[in-house]
Design a protein around this ligand. Structure first.
Ligand code: ARG
Ligand code: GLU
Length: 683
């Protein structure tokens, strides 16, 4: 009896080892994950998640603009995504007189919905393994890149809206074909004020407890016959036969959740010697470089409201990576993640004699490549941050276009955009610190250029002003041509390109080792009867796990939900991150939560679950065990951002807005009845 119990226990211990690797599965792999998903509480058939024959949840999920995820929540093509995903579109419709960012926006009718040229959504209808097809072309002499293109090109192309793309998985050991359809008329329908959609801003970014209403609403339009079409006033709201069901029941601790979305990149199988290099050398350097920039900008943003506006968005994007990497470094240390990865690696290496040779080779190559990689990183952190470099690049392109007699609208518009948000003196101060940090590192190569020449106050103050709209550019042209920094971008890029010309072939050689290594990973997994998921690569994936908090530190426990009381508790009038519009605060204080309340009467705001997500999963739908929409993914807790290397349900959590908070905002705050009416809400 005891023996049997032990046997059962160890069997479940083995089968409950999803911690082995990462868990972002292709839709077509879901059927083979059935047992695991059921064990975690899924109560729908795998075909309801995805079926090659159609009818799966994937049909309601979109790649939003190619950079985020969204989902269709009505029979009229209403799309839900994050506020930070819709941000650029919202900003483009905002002006001082009509500030959608500040006040929010709720289209009163279809006619009020705002077109966004360039924005599109892709529906992924099919994913399938095409390894054999690609390999057979490779065996006939095509190189893999060519073969991937050939397989994609061989698909039936009825019209330009169909997009077939073949991508390598497991470093080129497998290939997957994605079939998608692109809809290019996507209009802005609604957004809460930024104070709600960005509540907590950078201070709360990557952090739990969280109270951000990070959502916005768009709508897909089609030609009158339902086909995808560029914007036209004759287009009609997309007709959707089976829109998602939205559940007001929510999920509780331990409940099954499933996330569909387009994660961009993970490194779950990176050799441990390289992960170690990332954690010990590369990420700390990036963090330190960004710290210099952020502290410089921050000091000016705090005292100058104009600088605050100019640098807020740049600050947010630089801080986003900075904070994530700190979380990764600390998280890996906290759970001794490298030890776990090393133990895994040793098991795979032991699988064949080639294994140990490979890991040794990686260790040597990582050491050999370290100096060049590290140097490259200084360029990568300096070039995009130092706006004088951008000025030199854009001005050079503009002067060249002028000399050629080309149309100057675009290069001039690009310069105007730069100037709009540029404070050359502040930029100079940040650059001084970045260059000093680079020069202080004795272990890397430094620029041969005398960069201090370009960081003098005289350089910043002599940046030529742009002519007023509609006036002559002659003075600008003359001053720009004579300016000391005109060639800066070209010279720095030349150095960087020379470095990359040396580094890239070495990286390719390293990658060819990765192909062998991943083949071994696959063989070891197959021998152990284990399935492993490919690293994220911006293709449609399914992640699943359980809702619930965790213990971030001894003596502390994060709960599953946050509530509206927490929104009010964080409220700080006048603070740019935690202020709330008076009308919004007043509505919350009335506690008129209606059908959106939890059973204890509180209004849920955000919740946690152990789903493996990454950048690109923003806007992803979170489903309950029956496939009903319960939330909208927008972040991870920073204690668990190391999931990009090592996912463990012990402390990796994704953060979602509870759909009931979204609905409360749309219904009770905005009074946007017409939107609530078109949704399929189930109790
Ligand atoms: N951390 C989330 C992501 O990686 C949200 C970023 C946007 N929000 C912000 N405060 N920067 O995209
Ligand atoms: N905020 C991220 C995004 O925009 C999602 C958070 C993450 O990296 O998991 O995709």
């Amino acid at each position: 009896m005891k023996k049997m119990l032990l046997a059962v226990l160890s069997a479940t211990a083995l089968s409950s080892a999803p911690t082995w690797a990462q868990g972002m599965w292709f839709p077509h792999e879901v059927a083979s994950r059935k047992a695991d998903m059921k064990a975690l509480g899924m109560r729908m058939k795998p075909e309801a998640v995805y079926s090659a024959a159609g009818g799966g949840l994937n049909e309601s999920v979109v790649h939003f603009g190619g950079f985020c995820t969204g989902e269709v929540i009505s029979s009229k093509g209403l799309i839900l995504t994050n506020h930070h995903c819709g941000y650029d579109a919202i900003q483009s419709h905002s002006s001082l007189e009509d500030n959608l960012l500040e006040h929010g926006f709720w289209a009163a009718s279809y006619a009020d919905e705002k077109p966004n040229p360039g924005l599109f959504v892709d529906f992924v209808l099919r994913t399938e393994d095409v390894t054999l097809a690609v390999q057979s072309l490779v065996s006939k002499g095509q190189d893999p890149a060519e073969a991937m293109k050939s397989v994609a090109a061989a698909q039936p192309k009825t019209d330009a809206s169909w997009i077939y793309s073949v991508k390598p998985l497991f470093a080129g050991n497998r290939y997957v074909l994605t079939t998608a359809r692109r809809y290019p008329d996507v209009r802005l329908v609604g957004t809460p004020p930024s104070a709600v959609g960005k509540y907590g801003s950078d201070t709360d970014n990557w952090v739990w407890p969280r109270h951000t209403g990070d959502f916005s609403l768009f709508r897909v339009y089609t030609a009158p016959d339902g086909s995808p079409a560029e914007y036209s006033p004759n287009n009609v709201p997309m007709n959707v036969a089976k829109p998602l069901a939205i559940s007001l029941r929510g999920v509780e601790e331990g409940d099954f959740t499933l996330i569909y979305g387009f994660p961009g990149r993970t490194d779950s199988y990176m050799p441990v010697s390289e992960v170690k290099q990332q954690l010990d050398v590369m990420l700390p350097t990036r963090v330190a470089m960004r710290h210099e920039v952020l502290r410089t900008w921050d000091s000016a943003m705090r005292v100058d409201p104009k600088v605050k506006i100019q640098y807020a968005s740049k600050y947010a994007s630089v801080a986003n990576g900075w904070k994530k990497w700190i979380g990764q470094i600390e998280g890996m240390a906290e759970v001794s993640g490298l030890d776990t990865l090393a133990a895994r690696e040793a098991r795979v290496a032991a699988f064949s004699p080639q294994g140990r040779a490979l890991t040794e080779r990686f260790a040597q190559e990582n050491q050999r490549l370290e100096r060049d990689r590290w140097t490259a990183l200084y360029y990568q952190e300096l070039l995009p941050r130092w706006e004088l470099v951008t000025w030199s690049r854009l001005t050079t392109a503009y002067l060249k276009a002028a000399a050629m007699g080309d149309n100057l609208d675009k290069p001039r518009a690009a310069l105007r955009e730069l100037y709009q948000d540029w404070n050359p003196e502040l930029d100079r101060r940040a650059a001084v610190r970045l260059i000093a940090a680079w020069n202080a590192n004795a272990q890397v190569a430094h620029s041969e250029l005398d960069l201090s020449r370009f960081t003098q106050a005289s350089v910043a103050s002599s940046v030529p002003a742009l002519p007023a709209e509609g006036t002559s550019w002659d003075a600008f042209d003359a001053q720009a041509k004579a300016h000391a920094a005109l060639g800066l971008s070209g010279m720095l890029r030349e150095e960087f390109n020379a470095l990359m010309a040396r580094l890239s072939p070495a990286e390719s050689a390293y990658q060819s080792g990765m192909k062998d290594w991943m083949a071994l990973q696959l063989a070891a997994a197959a021998a152990g009867n284990r399935q492993i998921a490919a690293d994220a690569n911006s293709t449609l994936r399914v992640a699943y796990g359980r809702a619930g908090g965790f213990s971030p530190a001894d003596g502390m426990r994060y709960t599953t939900h946050t509530t509206a009381d927490g929104v009010l508790a964080k409220y700080r009038p006048g603070d740019y991150e935690f202020d709330l519009p008076e009308a919004y605060r007043a509505k919350l204080e009335v506690r008129d939560y209606g059908p959106y309340a939890l059973s204890n009467g509180e209004l849920p705001v955000c919740f946690l679950a152990a789903n493996h997500t990454s950048g690109g999963n923003s806007g992803s739908p979170a489903f309950n065990a029956q496939g009903e929409l319960v939330g909208l993914n927008f972040d991870r807790v920073w204690e668990g951002t190391m999931s990009d290397f090592y996912f463990t349900p012990q402390r990796c959590r994704n953060i979602m807005v509870d759909i009931r908070y979204v609905l409360w905002v749309v219904d009770r705050y905005a009074g946007a009845d017409r939107l609530i009416q078109e949704m399929n809400i189930v109790r």
